[in-house]
Design a protein around this ligand. Structure first.
Ligand code: MGD
Ligand code: MGD
Ligand code: SF4
Ligand code: MO
Length: 734
């Protein structure tokens, strides 16, 4: 038997329907269980009405995770000798509560912070526990993976304004423009139909939908594109401004929409005047003709369908501006649902409300409310930017963060600037991780609290972003179908929060209603509470074993107030300044000064999900470490052969990886996947765990966006050098 695998190798005795909660896919699955209710295997459910049988390698592999021998099955406490040892749950909660109380007593509630990662967002009964716990405590120090991901979208809406009916859905699009997204692999992209993405894309193509992809790599998604613009990473602002230039110059905008809702189109046109096709083509290193074709296809030949960005656009220098320009394309071309149009997803778990065709003027949320202590960054969706967390811990003074509760995330791996993050987390007085597996974060934690895994808990698909999971009003319920491994003392995540709240005398709230303190709600009851605004009773959602497309009256976009004075803000002052600084770079050579002759590109791997599951044997067999993908011609030019050790350096740090040829990647780029590696102190071997790309990134002001403090993770300059006389094994630190 493979190491780390399978405590129970019994054969299956029954099957149960459920859905996978490892990513936004929420794929319908058939789970085989043994007589002791342990997961034996998983397959995609061909009869699933939403995801139509799709399931990826990661999802099919869930039995391995559930039964893994490295999984934490008991609450763990770090002893003075550095070892984590199992401890009784009540004792652990007593100790943690006591330590939190002492920190609050000494330094106030803002010394306590919380971080939510993917594991928290995909656990519907517990996703609101970090914010509930912190607000009961009175601490504004809420963080999550959202602000090291695509919070540029929140910034864009905050600066440009909101159109409540949203963009034209993919089902009614005659064109779709994707910027830095590969939904066929990531099963994720704002508005793209990811319920079995390849099948959905094929169907859309068959009915005539055109696809434009902007990506330095000829991705699995770009393979289907009518037009693929393949710029250097980090040049999306130039490319998008160039498209706007062409569209406005040709007069292809939606004049009536612009006249009614955007009175600064002329100002935008002036601001993009210098982004001529020739200048943009040179700077982004793309053919001028391709830019012209893309502008024509999007704005002239097609009349509906949105532009949408993802991590490739949002993680680059200028990510906030890139998302702003994407929204400008949608506004200028009128790619929004209009009065009278049917709303495909009027809300399933979220309360339904009338949706009007009118602009909510730029709310600039971050300008009010709590600010980060260091840097003065404001809140986005009630959270402070994760790019400010290391400084909040390290910077002495009143309000310094001394305790961090990490829920279903791996912030030590995920937050840029790995050395500083390691130092910051080491200086915490208390680090608690609600986490099923050993990670970089648990390696630094004082306590690890083990949760149930997906098939062991009742759930709903991620409801916070429900319209991103399904373009139709579909939801489903799953009961807990599997039992945790023998002897496990795991509980659903919310139990830890209610246990701590009770000891600290805090009253937690869920959706504005207090949760009982004495006898905490069961998972089932929390889910029912969460779904209390659904248009049908929770009991009915529960009865539909493959989920339910909510019946009932269709909802249409209602007319806006005829005299509404509100308009979009296409060119607020800060955007104008950012655009000017991009314009000022247009005549500079794109690949900067020696030795930084390449650009870094983020990319996700099909077989791994960020840092999760990388230690599982079957995933390790496929992706033991993260290679440095390069175009074969660049490799030849640099004298690098397949498998050679190369050093990639940024202004912040260096990593050594094995080079792997990737002809789908354009020249001038090296692409390395994040989530791998170990802490600097672990001195692990690259061949064993890969290396963190967060050696190359930083949370310093010079390497992050304004407003959301989003550290740059793609599109920044790097040098590449073949390591001469390399030893067989690559050390992770360099
Ligand atoms: N350099 C660089 N850095 C990046 C990125 C990048 O592209 N480049 N990407 C960024 C992005 S987009 C993101 S989202 C973040 C990722 O940020 P995080 O979400 O913090 O990191 P993950 O590695 O996804 O960690 C998820 C954790 O959840 C745990 N988990 C799995 N199942 C469960 C469960 O059922 N319950 C609980 N409680 N936990 C569970 C997993 O074991 C894993 O440790 O990283 C960011 N950091
Ligand atoms: N298999 C798998 N699925 C995942 C994840 C995973 O790790 N593995 N992670 C999940 C998470 S946390 C997230 S946030 C989503 C993200 O989902 P996506 O945003 O779709 O992520 P990727 O698949 O990496 O696609 C990003 C694309 O951007 C391109 N790119 C890189 N730099 C630039 C640039 O500067 N400009 C442009 N235009 N393109 C650029 C890359 O070549 C890549 O094709 O995926 C989720 N799904
Ligand atoms: S795509 Fe996501 S939800 Fe679907 S099986 Fe894979 S990991 Fe699970
Ligand atoms: Mo993400």
């Amino acid at each position: 038997m493979t190491e780390g695998l399978i405590r129970s190798s019994k054969s299956a005795t029954r099957e149960a329907l459920s859905f996978c909660r490892q990513c936004m896919g929420m794929c319908g699955t058939v789970v085989s269980l043994d007589a002791a209710d342990r997961v034996v295997s998983v397959r995609g459910d061909r009869e699933d009405p939403s995801t139509l049988g799709y399931a990826c390698f990661k999802g099919l592999n869930a039995a391995e995770a559930h039964n893994s021998s490295v999984r934490f099955l008991k609450p763990m406490k770090r002893m003075p000798d550095g070892e984590l040892v199992p401890v009784d749950r009540e004792q652990v909660l007593d100790e943690i509560a006591e330590r939190i109380a002492a920190i609050v007593e000494a330094d106030g509630p803002e010394a306590v912070a919380g971080y939510r990662g993917g594991g928290a967002f995909f656990t519907s009964s517990s996703v609101m526990m970090v914010p509930a716990f912190l607000s009961a405590l009175g601490s504004p120090k809420a963080y999550s993976s959202v602000t090291i991901d695509q919070s540029a979208k929140v910034v864009a809406l905050g600066r440009i304004g909101i159109w409540p009916p949203g963009r034209t859905p993919m089902s009614r699009a005659d064109v779709y423009l994707l910027v830095g997204a590969n939904p066929l692999v990531s099963v994720s992209a704002n508005g793209f139909d990811t319920r079995n993405p390849t099948k959905r894309l094929r169907a859309a193509r068959e009915r005539g939908m055109k696809l434009i992809v902007i990506d330095p790599r000829e991705t699995e998604t770009a393979h289907f594109a009518d037009i693929h613009i393949q710029p250097l990473p980090g040049e999306d602002c130039a490319v998008l401004a160039g498209l706007l230039h062409l569209i406005l110059e040709a007069g292809w905008q939606d004049h009536s929409f612009c006249d009614r809702y955007a009175d600064d189109v002329a100002a935008l046109q002036r601001a993009v005047a210098s982004f001529t096709p020739a200048e943009v083509a040179r700077r982004a290193d793309v053919p001028e003709a391709t830019l012209r074709e893309a502008a024509r296809l999007f704005a002239h030949d097609c009349h509906s369908g949105p532009a949408a960005g993802s991590t490739g656009a949002d993680m680059a220098p200028g990510g906030n501006l890139a998302e702003h320009l994407i929204e400008c394309l949608n506004i200028v071309c009128g790619r929004y649902l209009r009065e009278g149009a049917e709303i495909e997803h009027p809300g399933v778990i979220h309360a339904r409300q009338p949706i009007r065709a009118e602009v909510i003027p730029a709310p600039r949320w971050w300008e009010q409310g709590a600010k980060s202590r260091v840097g003065g960054f404001g809140q986005l969706d009630g959270e402070l930017p994760s790019g400010t967390l290391p400084d909040e811990i390290l910077e002495p003074g009143a309000g310094r963060v001394r305790c961090l509760i990490s829920h279903g995330g791996n912030p030590a791996s995920a937050i840029p600037g790995i050395e500083k993050v390691e130092q910051a987390f080491s200086e915490l007085d208390l680090l608690v991780a609600i986490e099923p597996f050993p990670t970089m974060t648990t390696a630094l934690a004082d306590y690890v609290l083990p949760p149930t895994l997906q098939y062991e808990r009742a759930d709903l698909p991620i409801w916070l972003y429900e319209s991103l999971v399904s373009p139709e009003p579909y939801t489903r319920y799953t009961p807990a179908i599997a039992s945790p491994p023998e002897g496990a003392e795991v509980v659903d995540d919310h139990v830890y929060f209610s246990g701590l709240a009770k000891r600290l005398g805090l009253s937690l709230e869920l959706l504005g209603e207090p949760l009982p303190v004495g006898t905490p709600l069961s998972t089932e009851e929390i889910l029912a509470r969460t779904a209390s605004q659904a248009p049908i009773p929770f009991e009915e959602i529960k009865k539909a074993e493959r989920g339910i497309f909510l019946p009932g009256e269709k909802q249409y976009v209602e007319p806006g107030a005829p005299d509404s004075p509100h308009r979009f803000s296409l060119l607020p002052q800060d955007v104008a300044e950012e655009l000017r600084s991009v314009a000022a770079m247009l005549d500079q050579p794109p690949l900067g000064t020696e030795p930084y002759r390449y650009r870094m590109a983020v990319r996700r791997l099909r077989d791994a999900n960020n840092s999760a599951g990388l230690a599982l044997p079957s995933i390790k067999a496929r992706v033991p470490f993260n290679p440095g993908f390069m175009n074969p011609e660049d490799m030849a030019q640099e004298g690098i052969s397949e498998g050679d050790e190369i050093e990639i350096a940024s202004g912040h740090g260096a990593i050594r990886v094995r080079a792997e040829s990737d002809p789908s990647l354009r020249r001038g780029v090296v692409s390395v996947t994040h989530g791998f590696g170990a802490l600097p102190r672990a001195e692990a071997k690259y061949e064993d765990v890969g290396v963190s790309t967060n050696w190359l990134t930083s949370t310093s002001d010079a390497s992050r966006e304004s407003i959301n403090a989003m550290p740059w993770m793609t599109g920044f300059p790097v040098s590449i050098e073949r390591v001469e006389g390399a030893s067989d094994a690559i050390a992770v630190t360099s």
